[in-house]
Design a protein around this ligand. Structure first.
Ligand code: NDP
Ligand code: GDR
Length: 367
């Protein structure tokens, strides 16, 4: 069934309307205020979508990543709309789906911090696990099984305890955190609603992706912000946890393009998006400091007895055991062959380019 509708330019932003009477789709994005929500909104608006974003009520402004996309409806036409909502609130979600009648739902909302999930396991299960069920139920309750396509933000954290040298769609899961366990439920409930009710429901199993919009407490952004602040003289040391963890890091802009391709694919399936290159946290630190001309010299096996390493005679990086996790995911390395061959998707940004872009943005922010 064709879920697109023909609309004219009325009610659409002149910035993003591609042509009169273009085929226009409506998307509902949860987690619109997050890193991926911002990049995906930008992408869909550029494609001529009407975008409805779900944001949480907060006591202070939480829309800095999407403010450039928002236009007050009093000031003119727009096709970007924001609604309050929360993944823990079923009735609110049902109402939102009913009101917006989306062709596509991208479920990006989550308590997405792995370390925080050990401190808030029940909330994480509620938002990340049951929250996904609530949205799928909204589609079903409203009879939109054949009208709304559903994308679930699944994660490489599902693989957890490494079982294969490269992880693909066929690699077994072994979650290692409350976050990953909640996302495991979300993954399988998405598969189940696809099989049980014929919903075009898909999982994108995305490996780590970063950008200048990355949350400040994820390790990459924490590092690039610290490099800029240390250069500026406003921070003395960078405290980190496990330097030996290895991640397959890509750029968020590439990954939201992959999300969109996954949803456009004729058949609903599950897809890995990854770069196929893995790098240690330690190497990321080195590359980031190299961007400001600082060469790090690690002492001993990486840190000295106080947990310090030296750089150009100064101690710049230290280990704080507070950042170790009760159970760690040591190594992630994705195999995105399926997405490359069947969606024509591949990551276009190298790790080195990513680091350079992030450090440059954080330096510019302090200039
Ligand atoms: P962010 O943490 O940047 O954004 C998460 C978003 O979810 C924010 O908009 C946040 O709102 C919102 N949110 C959190 N809890 C709730 C809730 N209970 N109800 C409604 N909204 C909520 O994550 P990313 O953009 O990096 O990631 C997007 C999704 O992809 C997440 O589900 C994440 O788990 C998953 N993922 C991310 C990967 C990555 O490397 N970035 C890799 C694989 C999967 P607020 O701004 O108010 O906090
Ligand atoms: P991750 O990202 O857990 O992979 O989850 P994060 O950047 O938090 O950690 C990556 C690795 O770095 C190690 N590490 C530290 N991490 C943080 N946050 N802070 C530190 O100080 C620190 N020191 C070392 C961690 O132990 C870990 O091994 C991200 C999130 O976006 C998830 O939502 C997503 O599902 C996965 O990526 C794929």
């Amino acid at each position: 069934m064709d879920t697109t509708r023909r609309v004219g330019l009325e009610g659409r932003s002149p910035r993003t309307a591609p042509s009169e009477f273009a085929l226009t789709k409506t998307a509902l994005i949860t987690g619109v205020t997050g890193q991926d929500g911002a990049y995906l909104s930008e992408l869909l608006l550029a494609k001529g979508y009407i975008v409805h974003g779900v944001k949480r009520r907060a006591s202070s402004f939480n829309t800095t990543r999407i403010d450039h996309l928002y236009r007050d409806p009093h000031e003119g036409a727009t096709n970007f709309f924001l609604h309050h909502g929360d993944l823990t609130d079923s009735t609110g979600l049902i109402r939102l789906v009913q009101e917006t009648q989306p062709d596509e739902i991208y479920n990006l909302a989550a308590q997405s911090h792995v370390a925080v999930s050990f401190e808030t396991p029940e909330y994480t299960a509620n938002a990340d696990g049951i929250g996904t069920l609530r949205l799928l139920e909204a589609i079903r309750i409203l009879g939109r099984e054949k009208l709304t396509r559903f994308y679930q933000a699944s994660t490489s954290e599902l693989y957890g305890l490494i079982q294969e040298p490269r992880q693909s769609e066929t690699t077994p899961f072994y979650p290692r955190s409350p976050y990953a366990a909640a996302k495991l439920y979300a993954y399988w409930i998405t598969v189940n609603y696809r099989e049980a009710y014929g919903i075009h429901a898909t999982n994108g199993i995305l490996f780590n992706h970063e950008s200048p919009l990355r949350g400040e407490t994820f390790v990459t952004r924490k590092i690039t912000r610290a490099v800029a602040a240390i250069e500026k003289g406003t921070q003395a040391m960078l405290y980190l946890g496990n330097l030996d963890a290895q991640r397959d890091w890509g750029h968020a802009r590439d990954y939201v393009e992959g999300m969109w391709r996954i949803v456009q694919h004729d058949t609903p399936e599950d897809w890995v998006l990854a770069t196929g290159v893995t790098t240690s946290v330690r190497r990321f630190v080195e590359l980031a400091f190299a961007e400001v001309g600082t060469t790090l010299t690690w002492s001993g096996e990486g840190v000295d007895e106080q947990g310090h390493c030296a750089a150009t005679g100064k101690r710049l990086v230290a280990i704080d055991p507070r950042y170790f996790r009760p159970t760690e995911v040591d190594l992630l390395l994705g195999d995105a062959t399926k997405a490359r061959t069947r969606l024509g998707w591949q990551a276009t940004t190298t790790m080195e380019q990513l680091v350079a872009e992030m450090v440059a943005a954080d330096r510019a922010a302090l200039a």
